[in-house]
Design a protein around this ligand. Structure first.
Ligand code: ZN
Length: 227
């Protein structure tokens, strides 16, 4: 496998002229997912980061870490940033978002549980190489209201996760403003916005279908597999 061949791209397969940066993620942003893992609702958004080395294309076969227990799917709306944001104001956001895609926040769940129990950071469970397969991105101009999007993950033709961005506990704008107070967002960074319920272990040879919808319109459908 070659190193760092990933490049952000649009739904026509064209490269997007942005570097590949960090991925800032939020945990516990959908109530039903918090309940399925028996977690508590955080007082403020629970943030963590995946490095750029975690980012790979989701439409190329997905490689899971071996020998470290279950690796769970977490499908999430991904926001591609195109302008620097530090202590951002809401008015700046319109011009700072390139567009939207989907990502899998791959999570070694048993390892994460063990790290959480010991009070250790989660990076080994969530920030490993290839931990963030991402889709193509749809330009912001194609999305009138990013709180009206929906997305799905089917595994072997069975619907496993379905998310509606209207159900987020912290909205996308609030989340980006909040993130930028701690982590400056740079062009090419991605913000992951949390996963809905339905996380479960991925298996060798699973066939995955990811789709993003804007109201009644399907923005894209991607078929991929787990190696
Ligand atoms: Zn997640």
């Amino acid at each position: 496998m070659s190193l760092m061949t990933y490049q952000h791209h649009d739904v026509n397969g064209h490269a997007i002229a942005l570097p590949v940066g960090k991925v800032v993620c939020v945990g516990r942003n959908y109530l039903q997912h918090i309940q399925e893992l028996k977690n508590s609702v955080p007082e403020q958004p629970l943030l963590f980061i995946k490095p750029s080395t975690g980012v790979v294309r989701v439409d190329e076969a997905i490689n899971l870490p071996t020998g470290q227990g279950e690796c769970h799917n977490e499908i999430e709306l991904a926001v591609l940033i195109k302008q620097p944001l530090k202590n951002a104001k809401h008015a700046e956001l319109t011009h700072a978002i390139w567009g939207y895609g989907l990502a899998l926040d791959l999570t070694l769940r048993q390892l994460q549980d063990s790290l959480k129990r010991q009070g250790y950071p989660w990076e080994r469970a969530k920030a490993f190489d290839g931990s963030c397969p991402v889709s193509a991105f749809v330009p912001k101009s194609d999305v009138q209201d990013h709180q009206a999007l929906s997305f799905q993950l089917a595994v072997n033709s069975e619907l496993r996760q379905q998310g509606y961005t209207k159900d987020m506990l912290t909205t996308i704008d609030e989340l980006i403003v909040h993130i930028s107070q701690t982590f400056t967002l740079l062009p090419g960074d991605i913000v992951l916005t949390g996963t809905p319920r339905g996380v479960a272990a991925l298996q060798h040879d699973d066939q995955l279908t990811l789709s993003l919808h804007n109201g009644q319109n399907t923005l894209f459908i991607i078929h991929t597999k787990v190696n």
